[in-house]
Write a protein that binds this ligand. Structure first.
Ligand SMILES: [Mg+2]
Length: 414
């Protein structure tokens, strides 16, 4: 991002958006009539925590057991006093970023170059971050950088008195439908877990599969029997080898699975081509899609039918919006997902998916798995749907005393 060597004026950017040049959609997208305020980033504070969990989830465990959901909450203050909140949410069993690496990356490399910059100039912000932490295969440390991106979007919105969706010249519905995540250890657990979700009004289920195909197929049969009309979304998180993935895909199709996400490891591109060619189910990518360039390449190579979007995985909202526009322009599937987000990252995802007219249930399972909130008005799903914040920026009010309480509670594990 920001490395295409093309600097756009705000007007050029807006006209590029208007004609759907999605690959160029860097920048805030603030409509021209909303004049940005002149300010600079004065202070960036970090609050590393672990949100306690209320149910088992394999990605929130470590050698020490269930250690909670890591988060580095980020408070950015501009020199005019405007504040924006963001959040980096590493999950070391999902990708290589950790709570400790996020804090050290922010402290030693990103914050020093961001102080004094214009918070409205997201092109320059991302270019600076990408210069300090270089790429691997794709954008380096994208989960860490997403926290800064969220905080600046919140700050811009707060400064202008506009919700994120309004900054993008879009509207959002009142609520977003969610799916319930099933991550059972034994088949006996499947029915009670479904009942638990149904008791809270959930009607759609995201099933964690891989690596045991026999267990997985039986689990999916049970889910389809108990929830025949629900959207059944299988996610292997790269847990199968290609041979197994090719063998199970037609069986999942017979059972009635709707989409098959990340069947194999992200770097097995010829394997993705084979799965897409097989055509048993729509093949969805997640882990490997970080920047818009990655997505364009995977599409050109015929690797996928769509993407499970996650702004927290993509370096933030600038990248995620561009990718959604690419998917929509190409008529590919845009699914909404997450990394078991706590409050702040959750707000960013909810507004993004609402603003871009997400058609299928969003796999945002933070409210399912996490036991506390730092918001004055916590998100609570009702009838399997969650309210979309309408206020300025991310539309949330962070309770700083709750943040400090969680920081203290987390000290033993941070
Ligand atoms: Mg996934």
């Amino acid at each position: 991002m920001g490395d295409n060597g093309v600097k756009q004026t705000r007007r050029q950017f807006l006209s590029a958006c208007a004609i759907g040049t999605a690959g160029m959609a860097l920048g805030t997208g603030v409509p021209a009539q909303m004049e940005q305020k002149k300010c600079t980033i004065e202070r960036i504070e970090l609050f590393p925590v672990r949100f306690p969990t209320v149910m088992r989830f394999k990605f929130l465990e470590s050698p020490k057991g269930a250690t909670g959901r890591a988060s580095v909450m980020i408070k950015v203050t501009a020199d005019d006093g405007t504040v924006g909140w963001g959040e980096s949410i590493p999950s070391q069993r999902w990708s290589y970023e950790t709570l400790e690496s996020a804090v050290s990356t922010l402290d030693h490399y990103l914050i020093p170059v961001l102080i004094g910059m214009d918070p409205f100039d997201l092109d320059a912000i991302h270019a600076a971050m990408n210069r300090e932490i270089g790429p691997g295969f794709s954008t380096g440390a994208p989960i860490t950088k997403a926290g800064i991106d969220f905080a600046l979007h919140d700050l811009i919105g707060k400064s202008l008195g506009r919700n994120l969706a309004e900054l993008w010249d879009r509207t959002t519905p009142e609520t977003l439908t969610l799916s319930w995540t099933l991550n059972p250890v034994t088949l006996d657990e499947v029915e009670p877990l479904i009942e638990k979700g149904q008791a809270q009004g959930f009607r759609h289920f995201n099933v964690k599969v891989g690596p045991d195909p026999e267990f997985d197929i039986e689990m999916c049969r049970i889910v389809k029997r108990l929830v025949p009309d629900g959207f059944l979304w299988g996610d292997a998180n790269g847990g199968y080898d290609l041979e197994t993935a090719l063998a199970v895909a037609p069986k999942y199709a017979d059972i009635g699975m709707d989409v098959f996400e990340q069947p194999i490891r992200a770097n097995q591109l010829t394997g993705y081509q084979a799965l897409k060619r097989q055509g048993a189910l729509p093949i969805i990518m997640d882990e490997g899609v970080v920047s818009p360039e990655d997505l364009n390449t995977f599409i050109a190579l015929g690797c996928c039918d769509g993407v499970a979007m996650k702004p927290c995985r993509c370096g933030g909202l600038v990248s995620a919006r561009t990718q959604i526009e690419i998917l929509q322009d190409r008529g590919l599937l845009f699914l909404g997902s997450g990394l078991t987000e706590p409050d702040i990252s959750l707000a960013a995802s909810i507004i993004l998916y609402g603003a871009y007219d997400l058609k299928s249930p969003a796999a945002l399972n933070g409210p399912q798995f996490l036991g506390t909130s730092v918001l004055s008005n916590p998100f609570k799903p009702v009838d399997g749907a969650i309210r979309i914040p309408k206020g300025p920026g991310l539309g949330i009010q962070v309770d700083e005393s709750a943040v400090m309480t969680l920081v203290k509670q987390s000290k033993a594990t941070v």
